[in-house]
Design a protein around this ligand. Structure first.
Ligand code: ZN
Length: 333
């Protein structure tokens, strides 16, 4: 394990796997931005908290966490941050850390073509937004939380981690069914003396709202695409950035994995074709945005027998980095 990191300005890829599967080779999607010792996290995939530890980052330096969307592979480790982080490191926080994520999509999406009627899980609240998700986690672990508050003298978790939904600015013509990522200007979601974080809607329907985030600092800038199909809003957000961390899917793997012979397989092919970005397209987006470095992360599949990730360089003149867990990338070369 590394020693706690020295002050610097860098991106740490904590986990680089996409999809809700337990993998031996990679942890689930999660990234960190480290600015002079302050820590900011983006997404909380499977194993994220352990990866924070393995990276030598200090959770008591956590300023804010940002969730791109509410798929489980992006928030599975949120419970560990809320419970273990709360118990272990966050008590030393100088001030409460902010946690920000998308609000509710407002209702269930229609079922994919051919699938027929679907059952509904948790019909009383089938599409909770981010803040409600955190409240539900508190509810699920209330026995533990109250025990430790009364027996161990812990503070209420809200005193350490303040969760809130990202509010879209008025006038953005967002509609979860028909316009999940309309053309728009980036908007500010967080700012402190070290960083300004802006967001924009991206195309990951039917999972909406889904966001990309941009961090602007005195030492450089980085954009995280979150999960998205090829999306002009990512180009808008990433224009002129030093680093773009973009998701990528091997579309040839999709064809091999889902042969399209059943309604479920056809639905999966359609999902992967519209909600994720083929490798070469990620390079094209980086080229259009004029970024210095493209980092591929949220790799699907996480294990690829014949790595094709470098094909992103076909359309991109800058530096390409294929993501690996725990690699560190300076914000500015
Ligand atoms: Zn997703």
């Amino acid at each position: 394990m590394r020693e706690p990191s020295t002050p610097g300005t860098e991106i740490v890829l904590l986990g680089t796997a996409g999809g809700p599967r337990v993998r031996a080779s990679r942890a689930g999607i999660a990234s960190a931005v480290v600015l002079g010792g302050a820590v900011y996290l983006v997404d909380f995939g499977y194993g994220a908290c352990r990866q924070v530890k393995l990276a030598g980052l200090d959770l008591s330096r956590l300023r804010a966490g940002f969730v791109t969307h509410l798929h489980s592979d992006h928030i599975a480790d949120l419970a560990n941050l809320l419970l273990f982080g709360w118990y272990q490191n966050l008590e030393n926080l100088a001030r409460p850390a902010r946690l920000l994520g998308p609000g509710s999509r407002g209702g269930l999406p229609t079922a994919a073509a051919d699938l027929g009627p679907r059952e509904v899980a948790c019909p009383d609240d089938p599409t909770p937004g981010f803040a409600a998700t955190v409240r539900h986690l508190h509810q699920a672990f209330a026995t533990d939380i109250n025990d430790r508050m009364r027996d161990n003298g812990r503070s209420h978790p809200d005193r350490l981690l303040a969760a809130a939904d990202i509010e879209l600015p008025a006038g953005v013509p967002f509609d979860p069914a028909t316009a999940p990522a309309p053309p728009m200007e980036p908007f500010r979601v967080y700012e402190d003396e070290l960083v300004r974080v802006t967001a924009i809607l991206v195309h990951h329907a039917p999972m909406t709202p889904a966001y990309a985030f941009r961090f602007d600092t005195a030492e450089g800038s980085v954009v995280f695409s979150g999960d998205t199909g090829p999306c002009d809003n990512v180009v808008t957000l990433a224009t002129g950035a030093d680093v773009l961390v973009h998701e990528a899917i091997d579309e040839q793997w999709v064809q091999r994995a889902y042969r399209g012979e059943t309604a479920r397989e056809r639905a999966m092919v359609a999902h992967h074709a519209t909600a994720h970005t083929p490798i070469r397209e990620a390079g094209l987006i980086a080229q259009k945005a004029g970024v210095g470095t493209l980092v591929l992360s949220h790799l699907v599949p996480a294990e690829l027998d014949r790595p094709r990730w470098h094909e992103a360089a076909d359309a991109f003149d800058g530096r390409l980095i294929v993501g690996e867990d725990l690699i560190r990338i300076p914000l500015r070369r």
